[in-house]
Design a protein around this ligand. Sequence first.
Ligand SMILES: *[C@@H]1O[C@H](CO)[C@@H](O)[C@H](O)[C@H]1NC(C)=O
Ligand SMILES: *[C@@H]1O[C@H](CO)[C@@H](O)[C@H](O)[C@H]1NC(C)=O
Ligand SMILES: *[C@@H]1O[C@H](CO)[C@@H](O)[C@H](O)[C@H]1NC(C)=O
Ligand SMILES: [Cu+2]
Length: 648
Amino acid sequence: MFVPRNLLVFLCFIVVFKSKCTESVQLVPGVECTRPCREGEPPKFCYYKFVTELYVAGGPACFVCTPNQDNMFTQNCQCITTDGFERTLFSINRMFPGPSIQVCENDRVIVDVKNEIEGNELTMHWHGIFQKGTQYYDGVPMITQCPIQQGTTFRYQMVPQPGTFFYHSHTGLQRFDGLSGHFIVRQPQHKDPNGHLYDLDLPAHVIQINGWMHQHAIEKFPGLWTRNQKQDPINLLINGRGKWINPQYGNVSDSPFEVFEVLPGRRYRFRMINALASPCGVVMSTQGHTMTVIATDGENVNPRTVEAITSYSGERYDFILVANQAPGRYWMQFYATDNCEEYKITQFAILQYNARPSRLLGSPSSYDQLKNEKKLTLNPPLKTCADDLPDGVCVSSLRSSKSVQTDVLKQIPDIKMYMAYNFSLFEPGELFVPNTYTKYAVFLPGPYIVSSFMNHLSFSFPPAPLLTQYQDVADKTCNMDNIPRGCSSNSIRNCSCTHVVYIPLGAVVEIVFIDEVAFDDAHAFHLHGYAYHVLGMGSPGDFGLQKLDRDLVIRLDQQGRLKRNFVRPPSKDTLVVPNQGYSVIRFKADNPGSWLFHCHYEVHTLVGMAFVVQVGDPSDLPPVPDGFPRCGNFLPNRLDETLRTKEW
Ligand SMILES: *[C@@H]1O[C@H](CO)[C@@H](O)[C@H](O)[C@H]1NC(C)=O
Ligand SMILES: *[C@@H]1O[C@H](CO)[C@@H](O)[C@H](O)[C@H]1NC(C)=O
Ligand SMILES: *[C@@H]1O[C@H](CO)[C@@H](O)[C@H](O)[C@H]1NC(C)=O
Ligand SMILES: [Cu+2]
């Protein structure tokens, strides 16, 4: 729509000699990169232009045309339906999800993001892409780049590794309000260790799950005190589609469901993306069909057949669905758990055999039916994940389909960290003392004012990018060896800083996450720039305890009682640590850069549940790209000359 299909763009490539064009490459419109991937085919330079806007779902564009189940793959209609409720949202090219990036391994991906959202800045993060060699394009505001100001364009460039990824805004709460989309990188099927298990890996078989509110997320941040509405969605959307049941009248919106077409007898690879921003799991199942999980977070695992998959914010699961049932239509069923439980949210998509619609088989299950059905579930909500449960398969019991670099599994890691996280509660009187100012990085998940800490430090973004302007922000950084003045374990008031952990390039790093939070939710930790090995996870019950804390876990570890599996541990970039439990992860720090490691619930990141893994020195990095935008405070030492010399 914004990129004419026949547009050929020539780009001067600057190699070795500055400003001397030695090579020009042909950019092809991104849609032309969606193709079967063949061995030996030269990579394409895939060009996307994203224009972000403040837009209306169900708005005036829907008088011009309305997408429905039959024309769902045409992207020409500028009507965004969502769940049929009219609201403002952020759109990319007047679409939600944004344009589907689907390329082949080794393709070069170039995305120009033009920010046309009035009064908002943004960055776009390519969730799961390692960005090795392209560290400056990870898209985290004030960590890897300055935010893209309204009216300006920032060009992202990367060579993504194969896998199922997605992109989303990394700024503020924008991910809640529509700025996300697929990012799929295929490889020739024979290179996939599970490639013999499926026949087709179709561009249309991507399932992006979003949480959906009926107002802008900023309405809920920090949250209302007297009319508590929390930060949870009231609905789910599947590729931006679905229905809403108006609780007031019990009637259902006429917005379309997402439809996935299959042919009888074929084996299909589906790629599921959990793009939620909230602390809710989503359990997915398909009537009459099992799912064989073959990859998570872009990393292949040995096949595991289950009846349902629970996913959390930022996770991806690829599975094979065999169309081996009587041809017809089947419900793909989704319901939200954990924090979302009280709204009893369900959403559905349709699995349709053959292109021509036939009758639906049965009616979709209700929330209570779905919740009470006994199904073998991968990643069961909030469960302890010691060993396989009777009705659950824990992520830590998946096995990587490739043997793991032995170095990373050596007995003693080079660096070992215990990262405990918790919320802390404030009284209104502590924050709002007349004539003082206390930073308001808190939210209201109930009748509490809450901030978050990791090892007692509450992460805040610096005023300029850590990666490219380190000198400007060094004094804002902190870690356990360098805590800010006034921050102590009895006083969390002065503990807000840019928590940076320094790791030498090449070190084997082990992190034990410890959930000290008393609330009933499990947090999903996402590391940028890497996939890490999940060695083990467990809960206080494993030790006959009610809860864990950092000191206790250190002691248990010294006694050799934390679980660690060294046989083909699975790799992930987003992991749900069991509620009030622990997880052990490892990675080899072979990708230099400034990588955010954070709870993927948007609000938790904003109140401090994050830190930066700083790998290597500036000399380990490629040079900062020419003309890379800079930003920061303007606080000159001298007053402006005019003020001092102007005559009165
Ligand atoms: C439901 O009924 C109400 C009242 O008649 C109407 O305003 C609304 O548009 C209908 N649809 C939905 C999805 O709420
Ligand atoms: C976690 O925070 C809660 C609420 O502030 C507090 O009661 C609890 O003691 C903390 N847990 C640990 C282990 O510090
Ligand atoms: C926090 O820091 C401010 C100024 O840096 C100081 O005035 C205040 O006493 C500190 N608060 C605590 C609890 O130490
Ligand atoms: Cu969290």
